[in-house]
Design a binder for this molecule. Structure first.
Ligand SMILES: [Mn+2]
Length: 426
């Protein structure tokens, strides 16, 4: 039996909930960046609007203090193979990216003429659902079977990027794990330190960045515009979401805002953004109108449903070649359907299958001038299996295979090996 008091309390709760529900559309509209008319609550005496950082704290910059390599044994610059055995099983290896040697510095990249430097960046405060910080090491551990040290060609193309190219693990970028804002400039410097290394005249190290949340797209692309010039790098952006939010509780960067930042700062014009696989319930009409005004070329899942993936893929490849000289591929793992990647912070049903995503990534990296790639938003702890990391591993390998194909001159549209695409019997 309820007392009168209990009845009054539950009645009050119903009234409050109804009031909240009634005002919800206006609030949500404001939250998403339109007609923002809230007034800040008055600040009381002794209260601070924002608690400032203590820059005199001796640990203020400790996360970006590089270890003093001069205390290490003297060695010639070059990549360092840390594996014990020439050949081994994946799970008997030291977990570097694809079991590749380590580069401690840009001098190591230069001395060994590294084609691809893979690096981690553990940004995690730009996402509502945390967990992407564990992405890089999950990928380092994602070769769950098989071996290393022997040639293992990609069967579609019979190209093996790990033996045909020089690939190295460049370690992780410096991150203030409690601040997206403070991490951006150090990440930009870190990515630039690899991308600016020239291995042959006019040919630079290609950085592959494994995130980390998608706020990374801002420093990653900015680093490449530092090297190749403002406006000279186009972005092919695979994502369930457009990530061009303007408003987010006063923050100017988060995992939902890097596209807006890049455009706002004039680093990448809107016409040089190609987006693939947008779906779900965001963004709204105003945002799509803004994207059209900026000249975005977006390909939603609605378009893919209507025209088929193959037709849309051909358009994306053509559009990628009709733009600036240099390209960056930003792949948010939530592009794939959650049935293939449950391990991500903003899963969106109705996504691409691996059989759709792999060839387009491989083809972009083979058939256009891709100078950088990022794989972001892998949050392995949200996946009780290893399937999310496995698919992330393969996406990176598809791009590396494409880069190896391009360096070998295999740039014809949708190249497949004549040895494997058919058995060749009459
Ligand atoms: Mn994203």
């Amino acid at each position: 039996m309820k007392s009168n008091n209990q009845r009054t309390v539950s009645h009050a709760i119903v009234v409050v909930c109804a009031a909240l529900l009634f005002s919800a559309p206006t609030f949500a509209q404001s939250l998403l960046g339109h007609k923002y008319e809230f007034e800040a609550a008055p600040i009381r005496e002794g209260e601070k609007a924002v608690i400032p950082l203590d820059t005199s704290d001796p640990s203020y910059n400790i996360w970006r203090q590089l270890r003093d390599l001069s205390k290490d044994p003297v060695r010639e610059p070059g990549i360092i193979n840390i594996q014990k055995y020439d050949f081994g099983l994946s799970y008997n290896s030291m977990p570097t990216f694809f079991h590749m040697p380590v580069a401690m510095s840009p001098a190591d990249l230069k001395a060994s003429k590294v084609d691809i430097a893979i690096m981690g960046a553990v940004t995690d405060m730009g996402s509502g659902m945390r967990g992407a910080a564990h992405g890089p090491n999950a990928v380092r551990n994602s070769n769950v079977y098989g071996g290393y040290g022997a040639r293992q060609p990609h069967l579609h193309t019979m190209v093996d990027p790990l033996t045909d190219l020089v690939v190295a693990d460049f370690g992780n970028a410096p991150i203030d794990i409690m601040s997206t804002e403070r991490s951006m400039q150090p990440i930009r410097e870190f990515v630039r330190s690899a991308a600016e290394v020239e291995i042959n005249p006019g040919e630079h190290v290609i950085p592959i960045i494994v995130g980390g949340d998608h706020s990374l797209m801002y420093p990653d692309v900015a680093a490449l515009t530092d090297v190749y010039g403002k406006g000279n790098v186009g972005v092919i952006h695979f994502d369930a979401h457009y990530d061009a939010g303007k408003y987010m509780m006063g923050h100017l960067i988060s995992h939902g805002m890097p596209v807006y930042r890049l455009i706002e700062e004039g680093l990448v014009p809107g016409k040089n953004f190609i987006q693939v696989a947008l779906r779900g319930y965001y963004p709204d009409e105003e945002s799509f109108k803004w994207m059209r005004e900026q000249g975005f070329r977006y390909h939603t899942m609605a378009e893919i449903e209507e025209r088929g993936f193959q037709a849309v893929m051909e358009d994306v490849i053509n559009e990628a070649q009709d733009g600036p000289e240099y390209l960056f591929v930003s792949f948010d793992i939530d592009t794939l359907d959650p049935s293939f990647v449950p391990g991500t912070g903003t899963p969106e049903p109705g996504g691409l299958t691996p059989r759709e995503a792999f060839p387009i990534v491989r083809r972009l990296c083979a058939e256009s001038n891709v100078v950088g790639f990022e794989l972001v938003e892998l949050a392995p702890m949200l996946d009780p299996t290893y399937v999310s990391a496995l698919n992330a591993n393969r996406l990176i390998k598809e791009c590396m295979t494409g880069i190896a194909m391009r360096k070998q001159g295999l740039t014809e549209p949708h190249y497949l090996s004549p040895l494997t695409k058919t058995h060749g019997q009459n």
